[in-house]
Design a protein around this ligand. Sequence first.
Ligand code: ADP
Length: 270
Amino acid sequence: MSETSTTASDRGSRTGGEAPLVRAVNVTKSFHGNEVLKGIDLEVGRGEVVCLLGPSGSGKTTFLRCINQLETIDGGRIWVDGDLMGYRDEGGQLHHLTDKQIAAQRREIGMVFQRFNLFPHMTALQNVVEAPTQVKGVARKKARARATELLEQVGLGDKPAAYPAQLSGGQQQRVAIARALAMDPKLMLFDEPTSALDPELVGEVLRVMRELADRGMTMIVVTHEMGFAREVADHVVFMDGGVVVEQGPPAEVIGNPQHERTKSFLKRMR
Ligand code: ADP
């Protein structure tokens, strides 16, 4: 990490009383009777970066997928920009949104996965142009101009014609970030975006994510990159066994953890 880059507090991204962009209250989720989220509360302010940390199997990915409605929660509520996501009420009644409502909400949320999932038969530029033209009906010429800008933003201005197979993992992940940004999301979710990468390629992806944070994007990032969490996150959430064990500013949660489970996890991460 460069020593001159901004920190979360430099960005001044605290919300100052504005309604949070994401609000999760007492979220529960089970798979086949196995409760993997046991009452998660979280607020993410506009322009904030929140890192979710925790051992494998603690429910981090499931929670992200619930925010994006790839999973329906069993209890509690999630709001994104004031919109209530689908949920099951206290009587067990499912309040599904219509497919159209879910699609509309997902359009506002960009998601970047561990595996980049680019369309292999399309160039980098075509990958970025695809969703805005197909889903939002943006004119192709306009979408191409925006995609070109976004590829430049992620440091791939010279690679519009490259196919995924011709790009390194780090470059593919940067195309995946550009592709998510092409939909102009108000929220970006990252699920271990660097964990499938060779170590030497991790930095270039984290740099792009840090720049995105500096531009004021609201981000929830599941990561094992403690340096990134420490320097870029406004707020860090440590999860274990489906509960939030500890949360707060990185200087507290990572710098001075209070709970044994957090301490032993961080020790293992070193
Ligand atoms: P993390 O991201 O912290 O590693 P996950 O959210 O991936 O944790 O997983 C939490 C638990 O939920 C794990 O025990 C996992 O096996 C289980 N799980 C996740 N998705 C499913 C699913 N679709 N069906 C059954 N179990 C699942």
